[in-house]
Ligand binder design. Structure first.
Ligand code: GUN
Ligand code: FE
Length: 533
């Protein structure tokens, strides 16, 4: 069938009549393009795939495969307070809405019931890799265990919070915080291992000694305000001892937060410099938000090769601001998308794509307004530069390339998939359909099918208004007529080009259009999962 994936920040490939082979270990063994329907069997034989156990899935009209979505920042315990407290900005929202909700996760039974549903829902909306925050409690082990059980690829972190929080929701000391973290990391490493990839028939894209487990621990100092120097120093030393231990935190989300953080470090150059002081900016560090960043701060992040999780929906909802994603991309910084529930109001990375698009259009709009008011005749403020910059996808582009317009569909799709993989330092494993990577994918089902021919206006001459009104009154939709996946926005005609169907899916699709969700070749969810062999 058709497969669609991002190959760079600016290029989406639409592969038609493509045959993708996935072995028992879940690794992609071949991607054969333009194979006619009647040549499939012969091609499989020539590839040595005569194995009776192999299952061949032919996609139907209106179906396509895309890489699984990567949520680079979200909070599992906050799903229950989604939508509460919209009158607040960040610090009051944490104090009045979020900390009370997270405190309840001291109870293991409550944690298990809640996390089970939260992870299931995330999978159903296409999140194949997720960077989760838990709480300060050891019950975060339950969240990791549930991701492992349900088969989601995940980085799961127990929060460190040993100062400036609420009396009922704070760790008792730095030593306690660090000891609990060590215990948590070793639990996840020993209990959430998954079948090895050693049985794969192909060698991986890039040999690395990084852990192959789907579920991995991630250090999670909530933010500088809530962690003492001793905790940040201790976490840094844990990263020194274990180069594969990643870290996630919040950075520069809200003006009052920035002021508070800077007040704790008199004389420091910036909020970003606080994390740098403790050597927490590393290649496997994920920084959420980064809304109010100076060029010096972005340069510091670029220098250390840390990644940024752009959480546009949350930045709108908590009135935090609009992050300068184009500037980040123009500096060659790795960027992915984050839902940041419940700062963000919507589940799933499709919502993050839409919010990131709106955020970038808003910036363009304001820039155009400020240009036309400050410059005669709306003259462009900067001439195109001859300099080139190496982007995070490894390609050279003219300086200022991304800042020249709003984020394109191709860029948004990259951020949601391969960009997120880069931010999580797993771009050699997932993010697109490349031989040697693991098959994390969504089988998308739109309403583009034969049945829609009834809907094309040109064919409707025979039916009279009276007849159709009669049928409508009688509720006479026939079986064939109501065959779509139940999302009317995606009921498009069979002749609609795939590029347009895909754009429709990104901006109007939802979980009803996600038939099967795969991680490492296994179906872990979806609205109408394929029967497996
Ligand atoms: N900064 C510190 N904690 C949080 C949180 O839970 N959500 C958001 N959006 N920002 C934070
Ligand atoms: Fe967050």
């Amino acid at each position: 069938g058709t497969a669609i994936h991002a190959v760079s920040l600016t290029e989406t490939e639409y592969l038609s009549n493509t045959l993708i082979g996935v072995d028992e270990a879940g690794v992609i063994t071949f991607v054969e393009r333009s194979v006619a329907s009647d040549e499939v069997d012969e091609r499989l034989r020539s590839l040595g795939w005569v194995d009776q156990a192999a299952q061949l899935v032919r996609l139907q009209k209106g179906e396509f495969l895309m890489p699984g979505l990567i949520d680079t920042h979200t909070h599992a315990p906050q799903h229950l307070n989604l939508a509460f407290g919209q009158q607040f900005e960040l610090l009051d929202w944490l104090d009045k809405v979020t900390f009370p909700a997270e405190a309840k996760f001291a109870d293991p039974a409550y944690a298990r019931r809640t996390y089970d549903e939260v992870v299931r829902r995330a999978i159903s909306i296409g999140t194949t890799t997720c960077c989760w925050y838990g709480t300060i409690h050891p019950t975060t082990k339950i969240l990791a265990a549930i991701c492992h059980r349900q088969g989601q690829r995940a980085f799961v972190g127990k929060c460190n919070m040993d100062r400036n929080s609420a009396p009922y929701y704070q760790e008792s000391s730095a030593q306690q915080s660090l000891a609990d973290t060590e215990d948590y990391v070793s639990f996840v490493r020993s209990h959430c291992d998954s079948p090895s990839l050693a049985s794969s028939t192909v060698s991986p894209v890039k040999r690395s000694s990084a852990p192959t487990a789907l579920v991995q621990p991630i250090l999670t100092p909530r933010f500088a305000i809530s962690c003492t120097d001793e905790v940040m120093q201790g976490l840094s030393e844990m990263m020194d001892r274990d180069e594969h231990l990643p870290l996630q935190t919040h950075l520069s989300e809200n003006p009052a937060e920035i002021e508070f953080a800077l007040s704790l470090y008199p004389g420091i150059a910036s909020y970003t410099a606080v994390y740098d002081r403790f050597r927490l900016l590393r290649r496997n560090t994920v920084l959420a938000h980064c809304v109010h960043m100076s060029d010096d701060e972005l340069n510091l992040i670029k220098q250390h090769e840390s990644g940024i999780s752009h959480c546009a929906d949350s930045n709108f909802n908590l009135r935090s601001g609009t992050a300068r994603v184009a500037a980040m991309l123009d500096k060659g910084i790795k960027v992915g998308l984050g839902t940041d529930v419940s700062g963000g109001l919507s589940l799933g990375v499709l919502s993050s794509i839409r919010a990131a698009s709106t955020a970038s259009k808003t910036i363009c709009f304001h820039e155009r307004e400020s240009r036309s008011s400050s410059l005669p005749n709306g003259t462009a403020s900067s001439a195109p530069s001859a300099d080139t910059v190496l982007s995070a996808d490894g390609q050279s582009r003219p300086a200022g390339f991304f800042a020249s317009k709003h984020l394109s569909l191709e860029t948004l799709f990259y951020l949601a998939t391969l960009g997120g993989a880069h931010v999580c330092s797993i771009e050699d494993r997932v993010g697109n359909f490349v031989v040697g990577k693991e098959f994390d994918a969504i089988l998308v089902q739109t309403g583009q099918g034969e049945a829609r021919e009834h809907a094309a206006p040109a064919q409707s001459e025979a039916a009279s208004l009276e007849d159709e009104v009669e049928k409508a009154l009688a509720g006479a939709a026939t079986e064939e007529e109501s065959e779509g996946p139940g999302n009317p926005a995606l009921l498009v005609t069979p002749d609609e080009p795939i590029e347009r169907v895909f754009e429709k899916f990104l901006f109007a699709g939802d979980d009803r259009n996600m038939g099967s969700v795969f991680v490492r070749g296994r179906i872990i969810g979806g609205a109408r999962p394929l029967a497996s062999a």
